[in-house]
Design a protein around this ligand. Sequence first.
Ligand SMILES: *Cc1c(COP(=O)(O)O)cnc(C)c1O
Length: 374
Amino acid sequence: MPRIYLSAPDIGEAERNFVLEAFATNWVAPVGPHIDAFEKEFAQAVGAPHAVALSSGTAALHLALRLAGVGTGDEVLCSSLTFIASASPITYLGAKPVFIDSEEQSWNMDPVLACEVIEKKVKAGKAPKALVLVHLYGQSADINPIKACCEKYGVKFIEDAAEALGTTYHHTSPGSHGLAGIHSFNGNKIITTSGGGMLVTPDAELAKQARYLATQARDPAPHYQHSTIGYNYRLSNVCAGIGRGQLSQLAKKVARRRGHFDAYARAFKNLPGVVMQPEAPWGKSTRWLTCLTIDPKKAGVSREDLRLALESAGIESRPLWKPMHLQPVFAQAEYHGRGVGDKLFETGLCLPSGSGMTDAERSEVIDCVLKLFP
Ligand SMILES: *Cc1c(COP(=O)(O)O)cnc(C)c1O
């Protein structure tokens, strides 16, 4: 039996044709027509005025934070329950992450808590420089109250929508609400370019600066001239071709992943102590990954029992993200919370959810879970 992965790439004919076109026209470089078209098509898909194609979501967040003016000694609020790439670019700039706990409705940053922390810091004399709001597992955070609090106190509002392409928040796209938002096209995301990212922004000047910094900060001159330090962060034209093909299939991929969630939810409806991730009332989740929590007292089995049972059947599953305030590398970082993320990490599991996963593979996963319960 071939292994069943959490979220494997799902590649089709459209991508192949765009890649062949890049080869046929010799645009095998970090410039070219696929990059321009991918940026336009992506901006349109998420309702953002400008999009800049980059080598990763992490690179996109690094540029967004730098262009927000984040620097040495600044504080940046960030969701604690997330992948480390939401926080590491804060440290690249010499700034300090301040981690905020989740709320239970969406598993994303608690707006009340976030605003309390901002107000406390403003009263103490120094507002945080920026806030990174993460939208996890294909579900939007409650953007409006967090954005409003940021605007009130002059905190730059940045969104990490790496896991939230195709998601809605009151009929808008997460990632398109602040100074800048970032997306990821890593191999396990809802669309992939084999590796890549996008920065979206309503600000034409910010987009221009992002392109400039992403191409080694090369000043306009016939020779090579630089008045600041930049990065090599542009996406390849070949990868952009893959991205264009993938993006054209986004609606289908969302429907397929939601279909996986619904099938799992139906199958596990009567399992004691098993609760599927809730869907927040403010939008539609893509169910990028199907996530559930297991209360070991009610279920008689733990999250880890289930993970190991799946593993021995050749099925990949993963605990939820380990919160940043529990990571050894952030042992000294400031954290505000009530243990919501800690509890989710202890009890939560992500199941295979790829849009390329077949019904038969999904049934194998379901059977393996059911077998563990009497
Ligand atoms: C994947 C991911 C990123 C980073 O994207 P890369 O393209 O892998 O650099 C950032 N934040 C979150 C929440 C992610 O899941």
